[in-house]
Design a protein around this ligand. Structure first.
Ligand code: NAD
Ligand code: TYD
Length: 361
């Protein structure tokens, strides 16, 4: 039975990945989830799995070398899947240091701990061990509006925001470990994810939450920035397939050719919500395009991201299963049915953050 060490498993993609893995492998794997439970980590995301005998949660910071080494000493870890990170671009613009600390130093700590546990006296590594570093397409920078321009695995890194710079640095560290030590790893660079359990500071859950509350829907700049959206379960599947079928030391770009302008996303959410709400629901009367409010643009706002997923398709056979039309409806329904989840995560500190970020925009 393989033992997985998942970092950041209480966050958006990490918790979806853990659900995906238990759905796929049941009792045939063991998962240890290590998460510091920052504002973005929520154990409520995992209440369906917490009773399982093959699941363990450890509250620890990935920068805490002793705590991470202890996990490796006490368990024979076969796979590391490293999600833990500070993940929000707007926060990185306000406070870059924590991004360097968690994303760069935290990744270095994880790499060192895995290397220490897996390295044999002759400098090779124990058979079958694998480390997967989960990264983003934002490391490649920004594309212009040429519809034939894409990010490939060979595209040079050109990060702009403190977030993407910190992720690029962490990717480089992983590459350095692979090149220097032949450390058994892979990197995946994925496009924007959407789906259940995403913290409502990100565009899609923020717009759903505001729309249901009859609040303004803030659109940065001219609303024409493009993101390439992927349903989170498809990302989880890609990560698993890369670890099981990918070539070690390789990078794989993950995306589903689903480019949308931000304004299109916002309008789609309004349209779908209006279809879903009963005519008698008072929220429906307030819900229209009039809620859209163009606000001051994000500093250094990347114009367009678009992944070329040719390599992962050709070498591994991965393709997204959920089309945007279906995925966005599923996502909206999920937030609808989990109003209590939204209330819990938007209370307290997040309200202060929201006021700070948007009141002056
Ligand atoms: P998230 O912010 O929802 O979750 C991050 C998780 O990491 C949280 O549970 C948080 O508590 C934990 N964490 C943060 N700092 C920690 C620390 N120092 N020690 C231990 N745990 C810590 O992020 P997400 O959207 O789920 O992203 C997960 C990973 O995927 C990140 O590495 C991100 O760069 C990458 N990624 C995200 C997207 C996206 O669209 N969200 C796309 C591509 C790649
Ligand atoms: P976001 O979800 O923060 O992801 P990322 O910046 O990592 O791509 O933002 C997605 C896009 O939506 C991005 O172009 C910024 C824009 N955006 C808004 O227009 N309004 C908002 O309130 C937010 C949070 C984002």
């Amino acid at each position: 039975m393989k033992t997985y060490l998942v970092t950041g498993g209480a966050g958006f993609i990490g918790s979806n990945y853990i659900h995906y893995m238990f759905k796929k492998y049941g009792d045939d794997i063991r998962i240890i989830n290590v998460d510091a439970l920052t504002y973005a980590g929520n154990l409520e995301n995992l209440k369906d799995v917490e009773e399982r005998d093959n699941y363990t949660f450890v509250k620890a910071n990935i920068c805490d070398r002793d705590a991470i080494n202890k996990i490796f000493e006490e368990n024979e870890i076969d796979r590391v899947v490293h999600f833990a990170a500070e993940s929000h671009v707007d926060r990185s613009i306000v406070n870059p240091e924590i991004f360097v600390e968690t994303n760069v130093l935290g990744t270095a700590t994880m790499l060192n701990a895995a290397k220490k546990a897996w390295e044999l006296p002759d400098g090779t590594f124990k058979e079958g061990k694998k480390f997967l570093h989960v990264s983003t397409d934002e490391v490649y920078g920004s594309l212009d509006d040429d519809p034939n321009a894409y990010f490939y695995e060979t595209t040079l890194y050109d990060p702009h925001s403190p977030y993407s710079a910190s992720k690029a640095s962490s990717d480089m560290l992983v590459k350095a470990y692979m090149d220097t030590y032949k450390f058994p790893a892979n990197i995946t660079n994925c496009s924007n994810n959407y789906g259940p359990y995403q913290f409502p500071e990100k565009l899609i859950p923020l717009v759903i939450s505001n729309a249901l509350a009859g609040k303004n829907l803030p659109v940065y700049g001219d609303g024409k920035n493009v993101r390439d959206w992927l349903f989170v379960e498809d990302h989880a599947k890609a990560i698993d397939m890369v670890q099981e079928k990918g070539k070690l030391f390789e990078t794989y770009n993950v995306g589903g050719h689903n480019e949308k302008q931000n304004i299109e996303i916002v309008k789609t959410i309004i349209d779908v919500l209006r279809e879903e709400l009963d005519d008698s629901d008072p929220r429906k009367a307030k819900l229209s395009y009039d809620l859209i409010k163009y606000v001051t643009d994000r500093k250094g706002h990347d114009r367009r991201y678009a992944i070329a997923p040719d390599k992962i398709k050709k070498e591994i056979g991965w393709e997204p299963e959920t089309m945007f039309k279906e995925g966005i409806r599923k996502t909206i329904k999920w937030y609808f049915d989990h109003n209590d989840w939204m209330e819990h995560v938007t209370s307290g500190d997040y309200e202060k953050y929201y006021a700070k970020m948007y009141d002056k925009r």
